[in-house]
Design a protein around this ligand. Structure first.
Ligand SMILES: Nc1ncnc2c1ncn2[C@@H]1O[C@H](COP(=O)(O)OP(=O)(O)OP(=O)(O)O)[C@@H](O)[C@H]1O
Length: 937
């Protein structure tokens, strides 16, 4: 659903022969503002108007179609309704622009450049259909039907129904407020020739007559409608077929001339038509005004029912349609008043907002199928991506192993312990070449490892300090994009990370050496396992998301089993992680116990002059280091205990979930059977999280002062090498950072486990879904009850409405008759006035007072007369004052006049005096209300 405003296009036609002959014609009524293609100014009152499109006389039919009809066409074929309303005085070019009077012969005889909108639209539509058929491999069916209605003197005439032109057409409004017409004769057509044939049949039948202003003037409003029905069947997932139907309508409305009666010198039937035309346009103007008025729109006080024209066009004005008003004007000075009036009318239409919706029908099953296909596609993309990451990871591992071998080989050759060797590498030639090689390898392996890290951060929203330092915060930020755009941007992020890593390659030399330590290999493998696990969790998450989005999946036992299986695999992986941590800790402990005391390394290194010079602070701090070692051992022990508990708890949870899975696979399993098992698992988890909370507190505090543990040895080593020129404080800081990194990893694992066993996903488990379903059923039951009640109420209203509608129709008919009568009556009044003011009748009647009143009326200029009538209306003095004075004079005349004013009030009984005053200020309104006494500007 989207909001769209009514667009307005102004078309100024070229001068016609008559206008050119007029001597006083200056030819500059409308000025096109240079550099402002959407603006014009009208010389009469130097007013500026801005429209969505402005077409000066030299613009061709093709220009008009391309600029403002083509966008509507594009929306129409996509399933949205569209309307074009051609408005303007008679002879201003409405029919010419719309091409509604086109016949196949006229197309053949007239130049192509004169072909109007409808024939162009026909060609456009059928070529589009041909194109679509080819594209969909004939898997789509297209149906086009047309109808042609005429509104003449407030009667709806079905121009294509040759048997019954005056068929009873009803206008229905559905619960969404969308309008449909029933009883309209619609013809299915196969090509543009058929469309034109319908158009010409209707045009011939349309009421046209000659007026002073246009030799073949359309005396009625015409609505030519084209409906497009698209039945498209799509194959999704290579097997499923889904069908959707789009049905959209395009209304081409050629309104009758908007000029004042006087202008056309219409008499008799023509005058009657004029009154009817104007009353329809008046109602249209009222609707446009009301829609443009925010307060009225909110109160839903839109007088659509005041005329059949507005009722038929209800959807196009403030409803479900993209609407364009094509305001046509003449450039001639002689039409200045009418042109200004058209410009004002069109200007008001700009404020209307319509709410357009896609007119699509699709079964629920098909909608779900489409959604499933969409999700499957998403999963396929994810899987491919994960596969790619795994490949990169394997590659990285192989390269790392090769690097380790190289460095180990070098260590053996030198016969030096790791730490000392690392510090000497830069001065050693062999070392240099090794570094060069390892640098090269590390650059590519770091690149890959960063790719993996960056992606895993993308998965879980976490990124450890190490990555942040290497990759840089901008990369970090680039990864923290919204979930929907992440996937699209992933490859860009990877490339970006790669580039950044290449730039940072030089800075990673020390890290290369640090990670080449075999003890670090375990750490790396642990990290990559965590990364893998994060990826896995992402997959799992997307799976759970599917369940969330489609509760119907929960009714499929195989899907539930799949979900539980996913949980199980994740828990297994967690267990594996815990074991790895345990092993890592053990190894570290052993390594620590086998290592020579730190002081002996220092003594050994003391022999190396340059090392001694670069590491003076080490020698000064043996006590601090041994303290740190003890703290590290304590921490390792605590973690090991913690891990053991965690491992056994995970086992218990695993067996509970396994059991639940077996039960869930069995369709006869009830909620009461499943619930206690999962509750038990939840309880174990609660105990587990409580115990880890209490046990982790001392570990965390001890970490603050301790040195690195098993997992942080990588950081330790790198720290040792990097700190050759640093002091002890710097070393400690780095060690603390390494410790906190380790903590992050453990927290990471914990939060992973927490997410799995906290039963977040179980929200979509059958138990919860069962509860949800029961609630949904309750809701449906209540809604049904409410719907039934509404239906009943609606039926009652319908009965009431029916009566009201008949009453409305009667009222409308009465109003039409009254308006016609008033026109005649006003003529009579004028005649009476003439009669009364003639010296003869004045003598005859011999009533000075009345005579003076008539004189006043007679001599009142337009503005004063308008003011007088406003005063009458405002002060509610309609019948009285005038009656008392004129009655004595000519009762019949006054009665008629009075009735005219009463009628004026009646026809607008929905609106207040202010609105009435506004109405009076418009010449059209004055006309249509019979007040032709006022010859407004
Ligand atoms: N842009 C234009 N270029 C050339 N000729 C035009 C243009 N617009 C209108 N005309 C000519 O002006 C005349 C009157 O135009 P048209 O019949 O379209 O007016 P209309 O607004 O539909 O009048 P009515 O309301 O009386 O039906 C026609 O002969 C038409 O060919």
């Amino acid at each position: 659903m989207s909001l769209t405003t009514v667009r307005v296009a102004l078309r100024v036609r070229p001068f016609n022969e008559k206008e050119l002959k007029e001597t006083h014609q200056s030819g500059n009524l409308i000025t096109f503002v240079p550099g402002q293609p959407q603006q014009i100014s009208i010389d009469q009152d130097r007013r500026h108007f801005t429209f969505d499109y402005v077409f000066p006389p030299y613009k061709s039919q093709a220009d008009v179609y391309q600029s403002c009809i083509q966008p509507l066409f594009d929306q129409f074929v996509n399933g949205y309704n569209a309307t074009i309303l051609a408005y303007g005085q008679t002879g201003s070019g409405k029919t010419y622009s719309m091409g509604t009077s086109t016949t196949a012969t006229s197309i053949a005889t007239s130049a192509m450049e004169h072909v109007g909108i409808v024939p162009r639209f026909a060609d456009n539509l059928f070529s589009w259909i041909e194109c679509q058929k080819k594209q969909h491999n004939n898997n789509a069916l297209y149906g086009v039907k047309v109808s042609f209605l005429e509104l003449y003197n407030e009667d709806i005439i079905d121009l294509l129904n040759s048997t019954n032109r005056n068929a009873c057409i009803t206008i229905r409004e559905n619960t969404n407020g969308h309008i449909s017409w029933s009883g309209v004769h619609e013809e299915y057509i196969q090509g543009s020739a058929d469309l034109l044939s319908c158009l010409s049949r209707g045009s011939i039948a349309r009421t046209t007559a000659s007026t002073d202003m246009n030799a073949s003037s359309s005396r009625s409003h015409a609505i030519f409608s084209v409906s497009l029905i698209q039945n498209i069947s799509l194959t999704v997932d290579n097997e499923e077929k889904i069908a959707k139907t789009l049905e959209s309508k395009f209304h081409f409305v050629d309104l009758a001339g908007s000029e004042r009666l006087k202008k056309t010198n219409a008499v008799g039937d023509r005058a009657k038509e004029g009154i009817s035309i104007n009353s329809g346009l008046l109602a249209l103007g009222n609707v446009i005004s009301a829609l443009g008025d925010e307060s009225k729109r909110q109160q839903q006080h839109i007088p659509y029912r005041n005329s059949k024209l507005t009722r038929l066009l209800q959807d196009s004005l403030g409803g479900n349609s993209q609407t364009l008003m094509l305001a046509c004007v003449s450039p001639a000075d002689s039409n200045a008043n009418e042109t200004l009036s058209t410009l004002k009318y069109a200007n008001r239409a700009k404020n209307i907002t319509n709410t357009v919706v896609l007119n699509q029908h699709q079964s629920l099953t098909d909608t779900l199928k489409e959604e499933i296909a969409h999700l499957k596609e998403e999963m396929r993309i994810n899987d491919a991506f994960i596969k790619e990451v795994h490949l990169e990871l394997d590659d990285l591992r192989a390269k790392n192993t090769a690097l380790e071998l190289l460095i180990n080989g070098n260590q053996n050759n030198n016969g030096l312990p790791n730490s000392a060797k690392g510090s000497n590498m830069k001065t050693d030639e062999t070392g240099k070449s090794l570094i060069a090689r390892s640098q090269h390898q590390e650059t590519s392996s770091t690149k890959r490892s960063l790719v993996v890290h960056a992606i895993s951060a993308d998965t879980s929203g976490l990124m450890d300090d190490d990555q942040e330092t290497l990759v840089g915060s901008s990369v970090h930020e680039s990864i923290r994009v919204s979930t929907s755009t992440k996937r699209k941007r992933r490859s860009t992020s990877i490339n970006y990370v790669r580039k950044r890593v290449a730039a940072a390659a030089a800075a990673t030399t020390t890290k290369t050496i640090a990670t080449s330590n075999p003890a670090e290999h375990d750490q790396d493998s642990l990290l990559s396992t965590i990364d893998r696990h994060k990826l896995r969790m992402k997959k799992e998450y997307s799976f759970v998301k599917q369940f969330k989005n489609q509760p119907s999946l929960a009714s499929d036992p195989s899907k539930i089993a799949k979900l539980l299986n996913t949980f199980l695999s994740s828990i297994k992986e967690q267990k594996q992680l815990v074991q790895m941590i345990e092993e890592g800790s053990k190894q570290q402990q052993q390594a620590e116990s086998q290592k020579p005391p730190f002081s002996s390394i220092l003594v050994h290194n003391n022999k190396k002059k340059e090392f001694n010079q670069s590491k003076p602070s080490f020698i000064k701090q043996p006590t601090a280091i041994s303290l740190m070692n003890t703290a590290a051992n304590n921490l390792t022990n605590t973690l090991m205990m913690e891990n053991q508990t965690m491992s056994s708890q995970l086992k218990q949870i695993m067996s509970a979930v396994k059991k639940a899975m077996v039960l869930a696979n069995n369709p006869s399993t009830s909620l009461s059977q499943l619930k206690p098992i999962l509750n038990r698992a939840a309880l174990i988890y609660t105990q587990h999280s409580n115990s880890t909370k209490t046990s982790s507190t001392p570990s965390v505090s001890s970490c603050n002062n301790s040195t690195a543990t098993a997992k942080s040895s990588k950081a330790n080593n790198s720290t040792r090498i990097q700190n050759r020129s640093n002091n002890t404080n710097g070393l400690e800081n780095k060690k603390n950072t390494a410790t906190s990194k380790k903590r992050v990893n453990i927290e990471d694992i914990r939060s992973g486990i927490k997410r799995i066993v906290s039963f977040e996903h179980v929200k979509h488990h059958p138990i919860c879904l069962e509860m949800l379903n029961s609630l949904k059923q309750q809701k449906i039951k209540l809604m049904r009850e409410q719907k039934d009640l509404l239906k009943e109420r609606h039926q009652m209203l319908k009965e009431f409405y029916k009566d009201e509608f008949t009453e409305q129709q009667q009222k409308q008919q009465y109003m039409d008759e009254r308006i016609d009568t008033i026109t005649v009556q006003v003529d009579l009044i004028i005649e009476h006035i003439k009669l009364l003011t003639s010296p003869k009748s004045a003598t005859n009647n011999n009533n000075k007072n009345n005579h003076s009143l008539i004189d006043i009326l007679k001599h009142l200029n337009e503005g004063d007369l308008r003011a007088l009538i406003l005063l009458i209306i405002q002060q509610d003095l309609v019948p009285f004052n005038l009656q008392s004075e004129i009655n004595q004079h000519n009762v019949e005349t006054l009665y008629k006049f009075q009735q005219g004013l009463v009628q004026l009030r009646r026809t607008n009984d929905e609106i207040n005096n202010q609105v009435l005053i506004d109405l009076l200020q418009s010449p059209i309104r004055c006309l249509s209300n019979g007040l032709v006494l006022i010859s407004g500007k």
